[in-house]
Design a protein around this ligand. Structure first.
Ligand SMILES: [Fe+2]
Length: 260
């Protein structure tokens, strides 16, 4: 089981930096001491303090204090995920495919398992679509010898660009590019239609139970996630850049950034 990318302390830190609160302002707003805030940020869980911090951070208190939730594992034919190690963390890349043709989403830190998957199934890789330009997501670009695309808001060397709303067709799949900037200016999520469930590949715009850090464009990140991802049907499978798969319905109930 892939662990969640972020725990309560990571989430509190992301929200605090996004809103630009000092420790003193946040602790004062929550009615806790700075020492209590710092202990929680050092991962010493205290339910009373965590719940108090939720309101000034505009986070859902129940979701923030819930340490048992983990999204149910999802598997679906036509969708494959590849988790590779990058320094001390792991990063995800994905393939969506019909019986002949495939699209890849990001490269991961090591493209070998993705390339082996394609060759084992004799799938033709028609497109590589990048969610954003960070090196853990694009570092193996040169190994996937196919047409690669990144948003015109964030051109990446060696790729073509597209505009928001562009629809790519790969075999029986339609793949719509949606703006989800905030974590980076070019952040893009890809909505894939043509499989049993709709799939959305979010990169670092949205994780199971969290979001990618966006200290300089926090409101923007939240707004695009709300408007472009969480408006999809509840059974839409979300494929994040880090951490486990989830669904729109799970995130609407369990992601503290969207349950306040
Ligand atoms: Fe990133």
């Amino acid at each position: 089981m892939i662990p969640l990318e972020d725990n309560f302390a990571d989430i509190i830190d992301k929200a605090q930096r996004g809103l630009g609160f000092s420790d003193g302002v946040l602790a004062g707003g929550a009615g806790v001491s700075v020492d209590e805030l710092c202990a929680v940020k050092a991962e010493r869980f205290d339910e009373r303090v965590v719940r108090r911090l939720a309101a000034p951070l505009r986070l859902g208190a129940d979701a923030l204090a819930d340490r048992a939730w983990h999204p149910a594992a999802r598997q679906m034919s036509g969708l494959a995920s590849f988790t590779t190690r990058y320094g001390g963390m792991s990063v995800n890349a994905y393939v969506a495919h019909d019986s002949v043709r495939a699209a890849a989403f990001d490269t991961g830190a090591d493209a070998a398992p993705l390339l082996a998957f394609l060759s084992d199934r004799s799938l033709m890789l028609e497109l590589l679509l990048l969610t954003h330009c960070h090196s853990d997501h694009v570092g193996e670009l040169y190994r996937l010898k196919t047409c690669a695309f990144a948003s015109e808001r964030e051109p990446v060397a060696g790729t073509e660009t597209f505009s928001d709303g562009h629809v790519f067709c790969v075999g029986n799949l339609q793949i719509e590019a949606r703006r989800t900037s905030g974590h980076t200016p070019g952040g893009t999520s890809y909505v894939v239609r043509g499989l049993e469930h709709i799939v959305v590949v979010t990169g670092d715009a949205l994780f199971a139970g969290s979001i990618g850090g966006a200290p300089f464009a926090y409101e923007e990140a939240l707004r695009y996630d709300r408007e472009q991802v969480l408006t999809l049907p509840d059974d839409t499978i979300i494929c994040p850049g880090h951490g486990p798969l989830t669904t729109v319905g799970e995130e609407k109930r369990h992601n503290p950034f969207f349950t306040a």
